[in-house]
Design a protein around this ligand. Structure first.
Ligand code: ATP
Ligand code: MG
Length: 265
């Protein structure tokens, strides 16, 4: 089971869109996929027509079980998205109180990792959507993932957000024995604007080694897909945006398939 997290401390950079599109592509390819909504705003949960204000069974329950010292059946928290091979572990608005309620409790940082272990064998892939802030939920995502995707809007201000995210990653990496590998994904690219092309050049100058070499273009079909409540690949697989995410997915998978370099004797 491969576990990816999608995170950036900056809001509105395409995190939820990246998570739902990659998961939709994996599901469309017949890979059994779980989306996990770790954002108390519940954008992903609402995407599939659920109400994060009144969720029966959500990520919140995982933390609540820890607080009560009780066991929990993680599989019972899964919801059907209406798309084949795509399940959702939704968010609840109450998750916004977790840092205050349980922030320092032992084991708080590994709640999601443990829950996913309980689901191993059931899914080929897990894609987690994170809130745009550092807190216990993002810490859990970074502890649970094999790889982190960082969508960065191609505009100047977004670069500051990326710097913040990368220093968070380093800080958290110290406690988990190394930061998870990360890939920067340039989003909202509009080649007709100087802002986009300049920002992309700046990103490549500074972080080339950690960047997906292509871009996700601005595409209004993402908004149309979210209005329809369908993963973008189920809504319009031929759209430019979906095609770009398909290329990202192939790139991520081919890198994973690459042989591990042998250490010399
Ligand atoms: N490449 C794109 N082109 C055009 N619109 C996009 C693109 N990616 C995302 N959007 C739209 O922009 C809005 C914000 O995107 P999204 O919700 O994915 O960002 P986010 O980083 O998850 O935001 P938040 O920080 O609030 O969770 C959504 O309405 C989405 O449909
Ligand atoms: Mg989001």
């Amino acid at each position: 089971m491969k576990v990816w997290a999608v995170a950036n401390q900056k809001g509105g950079v395409g995190k939820t869109t990246t998570a739902v599109t990659l998961a939709g592509l994996l599901a469309a390819a017949g890979r059994s996929t779980l989306l996990v909504d770790l954002d108390p705003q519940g954008s992903l949960t609402a995407y599939f027509g659920f109400d994060p204000d009144g969720m029966d069974g959500s990520v919140y329950d995982l933390f609540d079980a820890l607080a009560r010292d009780s066991a929990i059946d993680v599989a019972a928290l899964l919801h059907d998205t209406g798309t084949d091979d795509l399940a959702l572990l939704p968010a609840a608005t109450a998750m916004a109180t977790l840092d205050r309620q349980l922030g320092t409790r032992a084991g708080m940082g590994l709640v999601v990792a443990r829950a996913l272990k309980g689901l191993a064998g059931r899914f080929d892939h897990v894609v987690m959507d994170c809130p745009p802030m550092l807190g216990v939920l993002m810490v859990n995502a970074l502890a649970a993932c094999d790889e982190l995707l960082i969508p960065v809007q191609t505009e100047f201000l977004a670069i500051k957000g990326l710097e913040r995210m990368l220093s968070t990653l380093q800080m958290i990496g110290r406690s988990r024995g190394g930061a998870p590998p990360h890939v920067i994904v340039p989003t909202f690219f509009d080649r007709r604007t100087r802002a986009s092309t300049d920002a992309l050049r700046l990103l490549r100058d500074r972080w080339d080694a950690h960047m997906w070499p292509r871009v996700i273009p601005v595409d209004t079909r993402f908004r149309d897909a979210s209005r329809a409540g369908l993963p973008p690949p189920a809504f319009d697989a031929a759209s430019r945006g979906c095609q770009a995410y398909a290329s990202l997915l192939r790139w991520l998978q081919s890198r994973q398939a690459a042989p591990v370099r042998e250490t010399p004797p």
